[in-house]
Design a protein around this ligand. Sequence first.
Ligand SMILES: Cc1cc2nc3c(=O)[nH]c(=O)nc-3n(C[C@H](O)[C@H](O)[C@H](O)COP(=O)(O)OP(=O)(O)OC[C@H]3O[C@@H](n4cnc5c(N)ncnc54)[C@H](O)[C@@H]3O)c2cc1C
Length: 646
Amino acid sequence: MTDSLWNEGDPIADHAAPDGPIETRWERRQFEAKLVNPANRRKLTVIVIGTGLAGGSAAATLAEAGYHVRSYCYQDSPRRAHSIAAQGGINAAKNYRNDGDSVYRLFYDTVKGGDFRARESNVYRLAQVSVNIIDQCVAQGVPFAREYGGLLDNRSFGGTQVSRTFYARGQTGQQLLLGAYQAMERQIGLGNIVMNSRHEMLELIVVDGRARGVVVRDLVTGEISTDLADAVVLASGGYGNVFFLSTNAKGCNVTASWRAHRKGALFANPCYTQIHPTCIPESGTHQSKLTLMSESLRNDGRVWVPLAGGDKRAPGDIPEDERDYYLERIYPSFGNLVPRDIASRAAKNVCDEGRGVGPGGLGVYLDFADAIDRLGRHAVEEKYGNLFEMYQRITGEDPYLVPMRIYPAVHYTMGGLWVDYDLQSTIPGLFVVGEANFSDHGANRLGASALMQGLADGYFVLPSTINDYLARGPFGKLDESHPSVRDARHSVEARLEKLLAVDGDRTVDSFHRELGHIMWEYCGMERTEEGLTKAISLIRGLRDEFWSRVKVPGTGEQLNQNLEKAGRVADFFELAELMCIDALHRAESAGGHFRAESQTEDGEALRHDDEFSYVAAWEYGFDGPPTLHKEDLTFDYVHPSTRSYK
Ligand SMILES: Cc1cc2nc3c(=O)[nH]c(=O)nc-3n(C[C@H](O)[C@H](O)[C@H](O)COP(=O)(O)OP(=O)(O)OC[C@H]3O[C@@H](n4cnc5c(N)ncnc54)[C@H](O)[C@@H]3O)c2cc1C
């Protein structure tokens, strides 16, 4: 079966990336990029899909620069984007703690943390720009936590030995998003951004090879319309909900990216999924989502399981010498702050050994007793109060008195649309920012670096690089009568009609849940050739069943959430197959992609740099399998080595 699952295409290269000393690459690219003079910016329009941290910051900054911006989101307000859920913090190489941090160290940690599957140039730029983000957000009034003396406070996240994470209690995403939202609102007020909430982009319009617009559906009235512009920016977030259960907001989906992929944008590293180690364990089949307990909790919480398998005693009855603080034992240098992929697999291993706790044995303890003894309850409450309260409300257990129970869950997707150094996809004029692109995290994202990347992309990188493209515009008048515009619109209408016409007997959710089970079982924390091959045939079977049995009640001319979900799940089916193909072809373990056939003697991920040191960029296969284009990765500064946190 594997032979016919994909075709091998030509290699792909990032032609926008400058060479020379890494410290000056970004500055040089900015200097070499064309500029658009302020008067000409007023003649140009950019569509931004998404109002999370990436899209919100991009829209505000582009509008501030003088471009016309039209923004879209499917929520009822831009500030309800999923970014609002981010809890723990945002990294920046400010070295306020004077603990040895630097731009270079953040760069180094991120390349290593990503298991040497990210681009050095991009990551270095990310580390450079990180320091500007904090200044920008402080200037906006984002209430970062402060120390006693009034300086901004920091805490640690996984995969690092310094404290570089800026935070606003357990609500960092919310506070940052309010900053970006205010900046957007200012521009909305000035008429430079036209905000379209409760609209879903269902198709990309490509004219003469360039992205020129989108087809959207008004989610309240069902009206389909087209919007045309000089460039399109996708900031539509990640696709973790392909697993059905994840820590993502329920609305997160892949449709905007997938529609672009079908129009020619390559999709990179789709199999790289982050499984977060500290989530509240699943409590039954009724659940539709999982809840994250921020990684910041591992600063003070200690992870353990009983030493003996099958020990059913209450945690407080298990004496110290009968506990296994397994992360501290196996990884003494990083202890509880090992990166997420490592901590997740370690939790799975101890549960597989029969030492898991809680219902079904799928849980490990995250214990704050030591921290409360050392710092006092008040100090712990100050740092994590809202997270503790959330845990108590969901589980009914008081984490100040008994350890939290946690288990890994799907959390983030490192894969996404392929972009070059300018954040431009393989479709000219289509830029992709934030979690929707694949750019900076390699095979594993370090904690607190998604917010950093989203805001780096939106506030600093895109507003600079998009000029180089727009300087060649305007790209010719266009109206609704253009055949490419009409075709795009008709394809959306036909697809909605097709979904409604099935009129079967199974709910959309039941398909989504079953798809999620397949993905978690075979393309989750551990993958094998046999399992992935099986998953592909199960997904195909279920997809066929979906198109013959799905029931979408109601019509297209009204608020119809079943119709919205059906379209998203239909795209998830196609994505899921590509994820499994990508996971199958990558016969190595790297970061969030653990192939059971490729592990060291002590069960750690085993990369094969000689064969797989590349970005896998996939081209959609309309009449056959997808085509793989490889972008070689070179490491001139951080040389690939076996990642060790011991
Ligand atoms: C519970 C949780 C906690 C987290 N905590 C942290 C943390 O502490 N630190 C950290 O660095 N990262 C954290 N992350 C990850 C981080 O929050 C996300 O990666 C990041 O916020 C994504 O931002 P974004 O702007 O790319 O996308 P999102 O915030 O997901 O925004 C997507 C936007 O696109 C819009 N959209 C999508 N599709 C369409 C469409 N078809 N049409 C119109 N609009 C569309 C949506 O309406 C939305 O406005 C956390 C994630 C979770 C789930």
